[in-house]
Design a protein around this ligand. Sequence first.
Ligand SMILES: *[C@@H]1O[C@H](CO)[C@@H](O)[C@H](O)[C@H]1NC(C)=O
Ligand SMILES: *[C@@H]1O[C@H](CO)[C@@H](O)[C@H](O)[C@H]1NC(C)=O
Ligand SMILES: *[C@@H]1O[C@H](CO)[C@@H](O)[C@H](O)[C@H]1NC(C)=O
Length: 577
Amino acid sequence: MVAWHMNSLPIDGPKGLDHLLQGRRWYTHKIFRTCVALAVLLTIPCWLNHRTNIQVDTETAAFGQFTGNWPEVGKISWKSCHPHPPLNNVDCGDIVVPKDYFNPRAGTATIAFARLKSKASLSKGTVFFNPGGPGGSGKSWIAEINPYYIRNMVGEEYDIIGFDPRGVGETVPQTRCFNDGNTGSYANFIRNTVLERGYDVASNMSTAELRSMLLVKTAEADALLRTQFEICRQNMGEELRYMGTSTVVRDLDFMSKIFDGTDAPINLYGLSYGSVLGQYLANMLPDRVGRVVIDGVVDAESWANQPAYLWHRQWIVNSEATYDIFFKTCSEAGPSICSIATVEQEAPDAIKTRLESFIDGLTYQPLSITNSKHPSILTSGRARKFLIDGIYRPSLWPLVATAFAKAMDGDGSAIMDAIGTAGERDLARAAVSCNDQPHFDAPKIEDIVDEQLYTYQNVSRFIFAVANLENADFGCQHWSITPPERFHGPWSHTLKNPILILSNTADPVTPLASGKKVQEQLGNSSRLLVLDGPGHTSIFLPSSCIKEHMNAYFANGRLPPEGTVCSVDLGPFSSQT
Ligand SMILES: *[C@@H]1O[C@H](CO)[C@@H](O)[C@H](O)[C@H]1NC(C)=O
Ligand SMILES: *[C@@H]1O[C@H](CO)[C@@H](O)[C@H](O)[C@H]1NC(C)=O
Ligand SMILES: *[C@@H]1O[C@H](CO)[C@@H](O)[C@H](O)[C@H]1NC(C)=O
């Protein structure tokens, strides 16, 4: 999900917020800055020659028999962590993999990664990391954003590799639909359209008013999505086939064999969309599962089998709960920490009503923004997108509140700067999720709108229902590409090792119910660990309990007792220093 040209499930959201995140997040703070300060530019070009021609048996055996024809497959090139100097103990590189594991004539792909080396003299192997999206760069997480957080959770005995999945970041082929110089940039394409601005909804609109507005805007979104996918097809053609999650699972299998040896199990820590990758991995290659943690769980069965416009009613069932915690903790923190509160102990509902009236008002009178890097107008759709993305990340709630307080004072620049401009990352998201979906008949605009209205009225009233529905996923009926492989289940395999499932009680987009569903599907091959707190995945608020259980799981496979519920050490408005 995502808002600002971001995707629905990203952990790494709009650039503006990411930058705030780097400086302020509780766990990042000092360690991150110190490491950046100490880092030196390092270039280590080298080859792991002894691994170059390793024979890999995939389940299909198709790949193994052609290995000899691909001398470069499996080759690792170490590089500097361009464009940033590497952090301590982090190196970067890329690895050549088969582009299509079923067809050697397709040639090769190159996966970009960053590795945080283990501290132990004898590494227990590699834990691969996926930050979500799809479209999130695992490489930049480990190379630039916060490898030490992941290490803190995984422990010091593993190498941690963040990689850019197919179509994402620096991995080749990249998703480059608009960059051919003729069609103009993607940012231009979607600027000021419904895809970028969201829906301008006011809470006093009647159902009939809402419906007619949604019909017009959804038709516009549908036409834009159809157009952008046609441009992708024209400019990228068959290159788009190789970006689905099933192919990324083959990459994980391949990379694990290269880095850790042919018999080594596959380890993964996946956030948000990374939980989809984790469920595909577990069920496509159940005998290869080592230590796998999925955190912020998306229902992969629905992801792989249902059109995207039907996902939201289930995804956002806990969003109002998260939203209410925002106002409750804001009220407790008071105006010095939460600037949208006006007095100490102000009733949460009073704060909420004031904020919502402000956003409603923008529907009828948008706010001019002249002093942003991106001069524009603040519409209710944009304000709501900013709010939604903020609600995902409780460690940022004080900043979200400050940005809204300024906007309510007439200066919307903080919000606009955070929203930024669109990038092709959204198209990378679509390349993944549309390759994962079966071809289905295009839903009628009326059916999509009925579903939106249902979700708006019966699942999440004000904030979560309408604003997220213009994601690129919703245009997958216009995706005319078929991937080499598309996994649809079953989802209840017995795994070689049990996986650990993490769900928050108040996650606005990956609800506890999805974690419970995966636990039910996998039975004794999994264990659910619950964090009693708000936010999208466990990473935004500190919990020593979560850390302890994750450490134990990675160290020796020990699972938390069934029914374990962890609490957070610090609440959203108390975690700032
Ligand atoms: C909704 O509220 C706005 C002011 O925020 C007002 O201009 C508009 O007329 C109202 N619409 C209805 C249908 O009440
Ligand atoms: C909300 O749910 C009620 C009860 O299930 C149903 O009658 C109503 O049609 C739903 N609203 C929308 C807009 O679908
Ligand atoms: C799961 O494990 C429990 C305890 O070890 C055992 O009693 C139960 O039969 C197992 N269930 C399945 C489906 O294997």
